[in-house]
Design a protein around this ligand. Sequence first.
Ligand code: IVH
Length: 673
Amino acid sequence: MRAVPDEIEALRAELRRHEHLYYVLDAPEISDAEYDGLMRRLKALEDAHPEFDTPDSPTKRVGGAVREGFVKVRHSSPMLSLDNALNEGELTEFDRRVRELLAGEAYSYVAELKLDGLSMAAQYEDGRLTLAITRGDGQVGEDVTENARTIRSLPMVVNSPWPKFEVRGEVLMSRTAFERLNAERAEAGLELYKNPRNSAAGTLRMLDTALTASRRLDFFAYFLLVDGQPALPSHWENLERLRALGFKVNPNVIRAPGLDELAAFCRTWAERREQLPYEIDGVVAKVDSIEQQRRLGWTAKSPRWAIAFKFTARQAETVLENIEVQVGRTGALTPVARLRPVVVGGVTVSNATLHNEDEIARLDLAIGDTVLIERSGDVIPKVVEVKSRPAGRRPFHMPDTCPVCGSTVVRAEGEVARRCLNASCPARLRESLTHFASRSVMDIDGMGEALVDQLVDKGLATSIADIYQLTLAQLLELDRMGDKSASKILANVEASKHRPVARLLSGLGIPFVGERTAQILADTFGGVDALVQADEAQLQTAEEVGPKVSESIRRFFAEPHNRELVERLRAAGLQFQGEIRKTTATGPLTGLVFVLTGTLPTLSREEAKQKIEAAGGKVTGSVSKKTSVVVAGEDAGSKLDKARELGIEVWSEARLLESLAAAQSSLFGGASA
Ligand code: IVH
């Protein structure tokens, strides 16, 4: 048998090879399942032998480190920006300057895409990624090494001839990843990211690196530096070497002998930009020879040997003909603008997203207005501003009932979205069913999207509870369903009745109650009935349950359709009761909801939180009417303002420590007396 360290190293090398094939070359050799299998094996070995664990193991791509903030670090050499050419005239002007400065010498350009992300420097020592820094102000950036490790196309281990080198390039988020993320945020009632670039920037700087990992950033390299200088004599060779080292280099790059080829490349990509899975906002031209670059030199802000040719924004004016309301997967109501069709950058646009009612208020938008719309990539077009407001424009109001099922909709405090709370709402049904049947919830094998679609289309499922009423005869009428698979599905449905109650709770689709919260609720309350009966204060005695979650649970069970669903599931024989495993901390602060803001003089946020929770209090992130006390330190900002506005008690750290100490001495005092 192979020694453990050898097997670990072999697995890592194998996984790195597949990472490169998959994320850099886009040419996988094995299936995702095989890849996951190797990863699990490595993880198991590392867990069993922590002495062999290393920070650059492929298992670390999933993140996990959580920090309090970012450390500032100085760049090895400044990361400057580029001068812009806004049209072909300015491009010609740039070329003329280069020619003049090079006094008749021959030269050529490398033309690359201007990737619309944020630049980052990655430093390697002895072939290992040691430091990743955001651009920051160009001189000093932030250490985002742990986040960068989750970017799968950025190698953590490189076979390099230099003891130290640095790679600079662009961190990107693909349009699909961006849209998925914003859809999730809209559903969760969170503020939306403006574009993939902002969202990539926010993601790279997440304190919880597991979140960075889940959002799938990408990295394209364009500079290879050794001792602060390009490693090889031409930019083109540097790009080739980067590729050979395993970095992802954008394939859409040419060596342009002169201005004509350069301008043609710019025109081509202005046309083709939509076809890319990520956003670009122009073309970057760089003089190829590093020696010529050196002689051309720099101005204070940017190199004289490079230019960014910027594409023009794609905007157009049109009339807002109507506003319709769509209902999403978790019941969030989203207003959508119906526009008089207009061509923007070669594409006809007739819809635009309006996100939520606050956005409509912010724009002061009414039906009949002439609006400016903008397309950025494939991202759904958006309304930038109102150009004119005709007399007779019709103001829009979000409906009070769900446009699909008619149930009441609510806008919870602190949320931007209104939601339909009916778990059986047809708009939500497909998603509710697939979620309920999924592996980590009720684990009904065979009941994936394809089957759910058929069940909904044929009217066999109008609620989650209908799953438990399915008959063999009904299943046999579906496409591609034989006796054997139908019986298997029924057996799996039957087996799902015995899943622990936490699974059932996470399957109901209560907003903000995912797997983790469902487990906490099950452990704290034991079963569905205790949860249905608990009031908000009782709900908040559970760990991690603040006003937002408790209100959501109350609202969910107050909705008649949902109570009916619960009763039908009970009748079907699902497991409604489990064991109580968690006793909640009770103490002098029980029932109080705290918000921490600013820097406290001695306690870190985490310490303050632990102390409050140990005394039975609850700590939440945002100030609302339900907040009891705001503990404010130095540089407290908007949360403190909001607390004052709402007349909420404000404590200093000293005051907090006093209440904790007073409570403690009275407890101990009581015991010894
Ligand atoms: S070269 C001094 N190449 O554009 C050299 N930059 O305004 C500057 N960018 O901060 C970088 N794609 O974030 C270069 N192929 C590319 C680029 C690129 C995008 C960004 C980068 C930089 C900004 C320059």
